[in-house]
Design a protein around this ligand. Sequence first.
Ligand code: PGA
Length: 212
Amino acid sequence: MKPLIIANWKANPGSVKEAKRLFKAIPYNRQVVICPPSCYFYLGKKHKLGSQNCFLETGAFTGELSPEMLKSLRIDYVILGHSERREYFKETDELIREKVKACLKEKLKVILCVGEKKGQNTLTILKRQLSCFEKGIFAVAYEPVWAIGTGNFCNPEKAKKALDFIKKRTKTKVLYGGSVNSSNFKQYLKQGFDGVLVGGASLNIKELKKMI
Ligand code: PGA
């Protein structure tokens, strides 16, 4: 199976001009899913698209997006439980579990993020966070929080332990995320990861093209 690349742009880029430039420069590839801020979805017609988050339902929930909206826009993928959502927006496992269910109901391809903070026991945290796992989830992304956006990527052999733990429990695709770039991504594929979730390096066209 060909490896997947999930590009998580987070709240970037800051202008529509730059978003247009990025979309134009990224070659279409069926193994690549771009997750831009939702205000740029309309620019990515050519590409496979994903949302970085999603709420539970349509209705009076100011500022949110619903699974139904994503489905009707043909945004097939959705990242849930990213560590930045957990940390800055106080998302709990309980809420993430509800979101997973709501997105699966609309048949969205859910990418559930899990991973420990510095100093925490990896397997203890994974066990707790995998309580959000449901049959039908598209992929689980192992993203050690200390490795995200730091350049301090996780030793691939160490990541393999998390991979095996997640695979055994979920029998689904497992991705690695956390300071992935064109020089280190192959090491994770070699360990058996089904793909990578890329933040910073996915905003750099040269880097992204190299990985593709
Ligand atoms: P990073 O982000 O590649 O910039 O470390 C990964 C992520 O947050 O998904």
